[in-house]
Design a protein around this ligand. Structure first.
Ligand SMILES: Nc1ncnc2c1ncn2[C@@H]1O[C@H](COP(=O)(O)OP(=O)(O)OP(=O)(O)O)[C@@H](O)[C@H]1O
Length: 321
């Protein structure tokens, strides 16, 4: 369990984290979301004892990081700035870390395997790609077999295979009963990875909720349906569904999932050319939530009237810095 209690951080005269309180529970992935500059990294550094709070408290399993006799067994962390000795191999790097923390050497091989680095374990780190470096950082975070894992923007700069690997790993760490806290400025990524969300903007808490609840609040998932028989399909769907049409053959259906719509169409022999659940509403919910907290506004994205266009307009304001 990770807990932030009224955490506040001031740099000079500027408050970058203010009165932030939240709890991260074991057994699920918690996404820590906010636009660029919202204070995510600063908060994570305070949780990990790397920065002292101006006010408030951060605890892991009830104690401050510095008060744990063997912190690496409590929490493993991957922060954005990595300090790796370029001339060392991955194995040597992990072995040095293990020896200085009283962790058996045998654990090094286990984490190399877990991170998919066994084959390159004896290569010098300076030849590593960004993805391999990220895997090594995660191997180091898991070295102490920690009860909690904290990762700052772990998918930044990774290729699709790397992103998928991290997503799967985070879910399996949570399924093992660990506490998993992962920061991101991308709602689309967190929607696929996290169960719970803590959203901040300008250092303040904006939402502490589940992905499911946020989807519900955003009006549910909308399904785009393209069919030459749009009129007939519309008449066959339950009246509880909200349906809009922006072209003669295209419906946007809220309140029904894709499977139900597909079954109805199949039962009546209606051909479907497209049946696509859209998370655009979730992106929009995130942008609405954080709109006033974005430090560096780019051009205002189009606030379009239908979900498909909103998706295209979702140019991640947070990334506009
Ligand atoms: N050591 C520091 N001294 C002064 N200001 C700082 C320091 N570290 C961070 N800040 C400021 O605090 C604010 C929050 O920064 P932080 O890196 O925590 O945000 P973030 O949410 O992690 O952003 P990003 O998504 O861009 O990484 C920023 O305005 C940043 O400029």
């Amino acid at each position: 369990m990770i807990r932030a209690e009224q955490l506040t951080k001031r740099y000079g005269g500027r408050t970058v984290v203010q009165d932030l309180s939240f709890t991260v529970r074991p057994g699920s992935v918690t996404g820590f979301l906010g636009p660029n500059g919202a204070g995510k990294s600063t908060t994570l550094r305070m949780l990990l004892g790397l920065d002292a709070p101006t006010r408030g408290r951060a605890t892991l399993a009830g104690r401050r990081y510095a008060d744990h006799p063997a912190p690496l067994t409590q929490v493993g962390a991957l922060l954005e700035a990595r300090s790796l000795h370029p001339g060392r191999s991955a194995r040597n790097h992990l072995t040095a870390l293990a020896l200085t923390h009283g962790i058996p050497r045998s654990r090094v091989d286990q984490v190399l395997d877990l991170a998919g680095l066994t084959e390159v374990a004896d290569r010098r780190v300076k030849g590593f790609s960004l993805g391999m470096g990220q895997r090594l950082g995660i191997a180091a975070a898991l070295l102490g077999d920690p009860a909690a894992v904290v990762l700052d923007e772990p998918v930044n700069g990774l290729d699709p295979e790397g992103v998928l690997w991290i997503r799967t790993l985070l879910k399996s760490l949570a399924a093992e009963g660990r506490t998993v806290l992962v920061s991101s400025h991308l709602m689309s990524e967190m929607a696929l990875t996290a169960d719970h969300l803590v959203v901040i903007g300008k250092g303040r808490l904006l939402a502490d909720t589940t992905v499911t609840a946020l989807v519900r609040e955003a009006g549910g998932t909308t399904v785009k349906v393209v069919t030459p028989d749009a009129g007939r399909l519309r008449a066959l769907l339950p009246t509880t569904a909200r349906i809009t049409a922006d072209a003669p053959d295209t419906l946007h259906v809220t309140g029904l999932d894709a499977a139900e719509i597909g079954r109805t169409a199949a039962a009546h022999g209606l051909p479907l050319y497209e049946l696509t659940p859209q998370t655009a509403s979730l992106e929009q919910a995130f942008m609405d939530l954080t709109h006033d907290s974005v430090e560096y506004q780019g051009a205002e994205p189009q606030r379009a009237g239908h979900p498909g266009a909103a998706h295209q307009g979702a140019a991640h304001q947070g990334a506009a810095a």
